[in-house]
Unconditional design. Structure first.
Length: 291
C-alpha cells in the first residue's frame, strides 16, 4: 500500500493569503524556482480581482526539504510580507496529530480509525477521548490509546479541564466524532488548535433529541451532514464539507438514521483529510477549500 508519507517525502505545502494584486503568482513561482523547488500542484482563487482577497495553495518538491526550510522561510518573509500577504508552509512528510472525541455513537469514530489504518489519512492519532466506555475495546484494537473522561451534570468544567490536560501540546487538531457534549468558549481557547465537528444537516430544523424521527414525521425527501470548524457560536462555524442523500416516504426513521450515518462518515472523512492536507483556508466565517 502506498501511504501519504511515502508520496509526500520532500514535499512542502505553501498557503498564501492576502489582498489581491498583480504579480503575486509570478512572485510565488519565482520564489519556488530559485529555492530549487519543482511545483507539483498550484491552486488559487480571488474573490474579486479589483480589491478583493487572494488565496493560493502550492505544493512543491524540493530535495532535502527539511534542511532547506529555514532559507525558504526567510525568502518568504522577504518576498511576501512587503506585498501584505500572510503565508504558512508545512513539510508534508510530517503528519498532523489528530485527537478524536466521541460518545456512544461509533460510526464516525471507527470510520476515521479504519481510514487511518489504511494510510488514507495523513495523520497520527495519539488518543481517543470519550465520555463513555463502550468504544474502548474497539479503539484499542487499532493500537490507539483510549481515555475515559466522564462528563455528567450541568457543570462540565472538571471534564473539560481533564481533556485540555490530555490535549495541550500533544495534538494539532481535534475531531468531534459525534461527541455529544457542548464545549465551552474557554475550552476552545485553552485547547488552542482547530476543532472539527460533524452533525446532521437537519439543524436547526430538527434540533434536540430524535432528529430522524422528527424528519420522518415531517416527510423530508433529503437528509445530509455538515462538517465545520467549531467556534463560540454553536454549530455556526465555517463549513468545510456537506453532502446529502435522497430518501423516500417508504423509509422508516431507522432507515433515515442509517443512511444519515453513512453520509456523516463520508463528509467527516473528507473534511478531516482536506484539513490534514492543508487544503482549507479559513476566511472570516467561511472557507476556501482546494480539493
Amino acid at each position: 500500500m502506498t501511504t501519504h508519507l511515502e508520496v509526500r517525502r520532500d514535499h512542502a505545502c505553501l498557503i498564501v493569503h492576502g489582498p489581491d494584486r498583480s504579480g503575486i503568482v509570478a512572485a510565488v513561482t519565482a520564489l519556488v524556482a530559485r529555492n530549487q523547488g519543482n511545483i507539483v500542484t498550484l491552486d488559487q482563487y480571488s474573490d474579486n480581482p479589483e480589491g478583493g482577497e487572494f488565496f493560493q495553495r502550492v505544493v512543491f518538491h524540493r530535495p532535502d526539504l527539511q534542511a532547506a526550510l529555514p532559507e525558504i522561510e526567510a525568502d518568504l518573509d522577504a518576498t511576501l510580507e512587503p506585498l501584505g500577504l500572510e503565508w504558512r508552509i508545512t513539510d508534508q512528510s510530517i503528519p498532523k496529530r489528530m485527537a478524536i472525541l466521541a460518545s456512544t455513537s461509533d460510526h464516525c469514530l471507527l470510520e476515521l480509525l479504519w481510514r487511518h489504518r489504511r494510510g488514507e489519512l495523513p495523520v497520527t492519532i495519539p488518543m481517543v477521548i470519550s465520555n463513555h466506555t463502550n468504544t474502548a475495546e474497539d479503539v484499542r484494537s487499532f493500537g490507539i490509546p483510549f481515555f475515559h473522561v466522564p462528563s455528567q451534570g450541568p457543570d462540565k468544567s472538571a471534564a473539560e479541564a481533564r481533556i485540555v490536560e490530555l490535549l495541550k501540546g500533544n495534538v494539532d487538531f481535534v475531531v468531534l466524532a459525534r461527541y455529544m457534549q457542548i464545549l465551552s468558549d474557554s475550552f476552545l481557547d485553552d485547547v488552542g488548535v482547530p476543532v472539527i465537528n460533524i452533525h446532521h444537516s437537519f439543524l436547526p430544523a430538527f434540533i434536540g433529541a430524535a432528529p430522524y424521527r422528527k424528519a420522518k414525521e415531517r416527510g423530508v425527501k433529503l437528509i445530509g451532514a455538515t462538517s465545520h470548524y467549531v467556534t463560540e457560536d454553536l454549530d455556526e462555524g465555517p463549513i468545510i464539507e456537506q453532502d446529502v442523500a435522497r430518501v423516500t416516504h417508504a423509509m422508516t426513521a431507522a432507515d433515515l438514521q442509517a443512511r444519515g450515518a453513512y453520509v456523516e462518515r463520508a463528509v467527516l472523512s473528507r473534511a478531516v483529510q482536506w484539513h490534514a492536507e492543508d487544503r482549507v483556508i479559513r476566511h472570516g466565517n467561511h472557507t476556501i477549500v482546494f480539493t
